[in-house]
Design a protein. Structure first.
Length: 201
């Protein structure tokens, strides 16, 4: 039984076989997973995901209109879900590799049992959270590097204009930051913009 205070993980289940969707529904009953939409084809999955923005999509590989692999690729590219898990009757390398390359965290083979299903869902969701945090860390690192580059460029301008060494140039930026009540990066951007304006005159 899930913790009553635990946030449910919203799921879209897509399979053109109603019996599979029914079996999935039974397996996740009283778990931390909550089905918020069902679909019979990839196109319907995309429409529902754009409206609902669920945490997870569980997709059959072979479906009419748009198959699960194509739908998975679009779901992940548009950031419509955090995690995608594939359902398949085929455990061959080609199908599985194509699913992973499209952005799926993992797959479940049909038919499935409750314990097996929940274990795979838990593992895939945990992996997706790790991937999200890694991506967030990379974005923050890039932002810091960009900020450092801006500050360094402003320091060089100050050094040249005021005849200061690097340490004093940085102190100048910090003092300006305190006086203006803005970040050092903002001061640096202002100095660079002013310098570029003078160059273009």
């Amino acid at each position: 039984m899930p913790n009553k205070t635990q946030k449910k993980i919203s799921v879209i289940i897509a399979d053109d076989d109603f019996t599979i969707r029914d079996a999935f529904r039974e397996c996740v009953k009283d778990s931390r997973y909550e089905i918020v939409a069902e679909a019979e084809d990839g196109m319907t999955v995309l429409e529902a995901a754009r409206k609902i923005k669920p945490d997870m999509a569980v997709l059959d590989i072979e479906m009419p209109v748009a198959d699960g692999i194509a739908a998975c690729g679009i779901l992940m590219k548009e950031n419509l879900v955090h995690c995608t898990v594939m359902l398949t009757s085929f455990e061959t390398g080609d199908y599985i590799n194509a699913a992973i390359e499209s952005g799926a965290e993992g797959y479940i083979t049909k038919p499935f049992e409750r314990g097996q299903l929940l274990s795979v869902l838990d593992m895939c969701y945990a992996q997706s959270k790790e991937r999200y945090m890694l991506k967030k860390d990379c974005t923050n690192l890039k932002r810091k590097l960009d900020s450092k580059e801006i500050t360094n460029k402003a320091k060089l301008i100050v050094m040249e204009k005021r005849g200061l060494d690097e340490n004093d140039a940085y102190k100048y930026l910090r003092e300006m930051s305190k006086r203006k009540g803005v970040s050092v990066e903002t001061v640096a951007e202002m100095i660079i913009a002013e310098w570029e304006n003078h160059r273009s005159e």
